[in-house]
Design a protein around this ligand. Structure first.
Ligand SMILES: Cc1cc2nc3c(=O)[nH]c(=O)nc-3n(C[C@H](O)[C@H](O)[C@H](O)COP(=O)(O)OP(=O)(O)OC[C@H]3O[C@@H](n4cnc5c(N)ncnc54)[C@H](O)[C@@H]3O)c2cc1C
Ligand SMILES: *[C@@H]1O[C@H](CO)[C@@H](O)[C@H](O)[C@H]1NC(C)=O
Ligand SMILES: *[C@@H]1O[C@H](CO)[C@@H](O)[C@H](O)[C@H]1NC(C)=O
Ligand SMILES: *[C@@H]1O[C@H](CO)[C@@H](O)[C@H](O)[C@H]1NC(C)=O
Ligand SMILES: *[C@@H]1O[C@H](CO)[C@@H](O)[C@H](O)[C@H]1NC(C)=O
Ligand SMILES: *[C@@H]1O[C@H](CO)[C@@H](O)[C@H](O)[C@H]1NC(C)=O
Length: 596
């Protein structure tokens, strides 16, 4: 009996690994349309326990059933594989305290920092009887420890037609590292970092470089770069906990060194990847150059899984930082406040032309510009560049506060002046880039658009906010060498637009707020910036014409490359090349391809 069972199991494993063609899409009809969908736990095609156990042994026991991070506050987690008891007072106290802590959230197997995209169905609570369900999380997670584990996950998802999610840090603003019913591969353990002072790969570049694993975050990388002798630096995002080899480089990536070296993607020299077919490859200017180019800004989770990336390093330099604040401590006069914003933004072309980077937050009666970064500059030099702004503030009687600081290196500034951000926010995000010409010709319209963003509708007064970034990605890299939108080479201000969504919002409320984001807030930004474009990592994926807005003239080439490297749609991230006939149907759950 036992032997017989053993033989049957092994035979079926043998048949499925040798003879199976990929599981076909699951037919469904939704709102009168026909679809072919990925396979989910309530479908017959869902792999049986033996298959999951086999996957678990291939990944050396690193497969886990995903339990949402707030489950410890609830008596039970009612997941798709059945209910499990989850209440744990100590773990619940921790989850409650750390819910908005970036690092705590990053370390969870599949949590998303922007909880809107998890559907928020299992938040920490003081009522353990409150329900806890999966929401839009994956069902299983592989905490990959080796390349072989990533391959096992990609092969399993492809062969069984499962929705596959690659999850690095969970920072994604638009929910691309979470997905209902998916198999998740967590890449956070890929922490190798190796520096060289002389890159010896293909191409003309012979300077310093660093090869980093898929899971490395900005601060870790910069800390190790700073410890080199002599210290070097790398182009990363402004946020210390964003991953580098995941969404950042694959979406483009901007940071404090953008005025000097362009986008993160522009600094990439080579990638080691796993393809949708399960093949290990290197992509650089000689090997698989089409894939290399697409990975540099063509969209995350679209062309391959990145295992490691090699980026250029740069010598460290002294750096100066300045902050400017105008808020309700200084004035409650709304008109005067907006005059201040207008004056600041009016000089943004001059600021970026001087090679300056600035990060700012803007909401009703709060302009917080911190930091303004001058790499290679003294505080006096940086303040001289900003003097026209201060002069105009004085001339118009605008109260403000400012200060400056000098550092031996950009790293010292990075650690001191970039501020921590919070997790656990439920919000929709969009965004738009304004070019030099837009600022030159339309600064007043741009300020009106900012007002529309902060108060998009009578019932949403002072609800929206904006995160601006001044940089010119074309200052020292006038012609793009990456797949990012060529319009970025004329950039002055790239600004994120955000609209909070209340917890427990109904589907109709969510649709309404999405409509406000796309057709009121972002529409005002687009109108004021006719020469600008959108950024795939910090943009509205549901805007019309996203192909042109995210990638401009590069889109047709990206579409062809996607069809070549992932014809079956093993990978998926909303509004990335080649996803136009894919849709998430049935209230944010099933991922399907339109078949009519
Ligand atoms: C607080 C905050 C600050 C930010 N600051 C900046 C900034 O200064 N500059 C900037 O350009 N952007 C910034 N971003 C946006 C950031 O670039 C994106 O959120 C990016 O997607 C994060 O990538 P990740 O890999 O860390 O996150 P994740 O959410 O884990 O992944 C993001 C996307 O990348 C895919 N992905 C991850 N790893 C891999 C891999 N190894 N192979 C293939 N696909 C992969 C995921 O599937 C997903 O689609 C910021 C975001 C936040 C939340
Ligand atoms: C995978 O195997 C490990 C180690 O044996 C075990 O602890 C874990 O529960 C298994 N995962 C699943 C989903 O069964
Ligand atoms: C998502 O949240 C809404 C509102 O709370 C709820 O009605 C819906 O059932 C949830 N969907 C899933 C898949 O969790
Ligand atoms: C603005 O209003 C707030 C709240 O009423 C108050 O605390 C603050 O002092 C006011 N600011 C000024 C400049 O008067
Ligand atoms: C306004 O800015 C000052 C610093 O310039 C800060 O101390 C204060 O807390 C801010 N006030 C508000 C209401 O944000
Ligand atoms: C950059 O701006 C210049 C001048 O406004 C314009 O001629 C050029 O076409 C722009 N480049 C791109 C790629 O949009």
């Amino acid at each position: 009996m036992a032997w017989c069972f053993f033989l049957v199991v092994n035979l079926s494993v043998f048949i499925s690994s040798v003879f199976s063609s990929p599981t076909p899409l699951v037919e469904r009809t939704w709102k009168g349309m026909k679809y072919g969908c990925k396979c989910y736990s309530d479908d017959e095609c869902w792999p049986n326990d033996n298959s999951w156990n086999e996957l678990n042994s291939t990944v050396n026991g690193n497969l886990l059933v995903h339990i949402p991070p707030g489950a410890s506050c609830h008596n039970k987690f009612d997941g798709p594989l059945g209910a499990v008891s989850t209440y744990d007072a100590a773990a619940c106290a921790e989850a409650t305290n750390k819910w908005s802590d970036e690092s705590w959230t990053v370390d969870k197997p599949a949590a998303g920092l922007w909880t809107y995209f998890t559907n928020d169905t299992c938040r920490p609570t003081t009522n353990p009887a409150a329900p806890c369900t999966l929401g839009y999380y994956g069902v299983y997670v592989i905490r990959a420890q080796s390349r072989k584990h990533i391959k096992a996950g990609v092969d399993f998802a492809r062969e069984n037609n499962l929705r596959l999610i690659i999850r690095n840090t969970g920072h994604d603003f638009i929910g691309r590292s979470t997905g209902w019913g998916a198999l998740v591969i967590n890449t956070h353990n890929f922490q190798d970092i190796e520096f060289t002072t002389e890159y010896d790969g293909p191409g003309d570049y012979k300077g310093g470089a660093v090869t980093l694993g898929a899971g490395v975050q900005g601060r870790t990388l910069l800390t190790q770069a700073h410890a080199q002798k002599p210290p070097v630096t790398v182009l990363t995002g402004e946020c210390p906990t964003v991953g580098v080899a995941g969404g950042l480089v694959q979406g483009g990536g901007h940071g404090p060194l953008t005025p000097l070296h362009g986008l993160v993607a522009d600094t990439a020299l080579s990638f080691d990847v796993l393809t949708a077919d399960g093949e290990y490859l290197t992509a650089n200017s000689e090997e698989n150059p089409d894939l290399f180019w697409a990975l540099k800004g063509g969209g995350p989770s679209a062309f391959a899984v990145v295992l490691s990336v090699t980026l250029k390093t740069f010598p460290e330099q002294k750096t100066a930082g300045v902050f400017i604040n105008i808020n309700s401590t200084h004035t409650n006069d709304t008109d005067l406040f907006w005059e201040g914003v207008r004056s600041f933004h009016k000089y943004s072309n001059e600021i970026v032309a001087a090679g300056i980077y600035a990060y700012f937050e803007l909401m009703s009666l709060r302009l917080h510009v911190k930091p303004i970064v001058g790499v290679g500059k003294t505080a006096a030099e940086l303040e001289a560049i900003l003097q026209p702004v201060f002069d105009e503030f004085k001339a118009k009687g605008i109260p403000y506060d400012t200060g400056s600081k000098e550092f031996d290196t950009l790293f010292d500034l990075y650690i001191d002046l970039f501020e921590d951000e919070t997790a656990g926010t439920s919000a929709l995000t969009g965004g738009w880039m304004f070019t030099h010409q837009d600022v030159e010709e339309n600064n007043d319209e741009i300020i009106e658009a900012f007002k529309t963003v902060t108060s998009p509708r009578d019932d949403l007064k002072e609800q929206g906010f904006l995160i601006g970034h001044l940089w010119d990605a074309g200052l020292n890299v006038p012609v793009s060498n990456s797949a990012t939108n060529p319009r970025f080479r004329n950039s002055t201000n790239f600004a994120i637009v955000a609209l909070p969504v209340p917890f427990g919002a109904t589907w109709d409320q969510k649709e309404d707020l999405q409509n406000v984001l796309t057709n009121i807030q972002d529409a005002a930004m687009r109108k004021a910036g006719p020469n600008g474009c959108a950024y795939v990592n910090e943009g509205d994926p549901y805007q019309p014409d996203w192909q042109d807005r995210f990638w401009g003239s590069e889109y047709p080439k990206l579409l062809e490359i996607r069809k070549k490297w992932d014809p079956q749609g093993v990978f998926y991230a909303v509004s990335t090349p080649g996803t136009e006939d894919w849709e998430v149907i049935e209230y944010g759950t099933r991922l399907c391809r339109r078949t009519e």
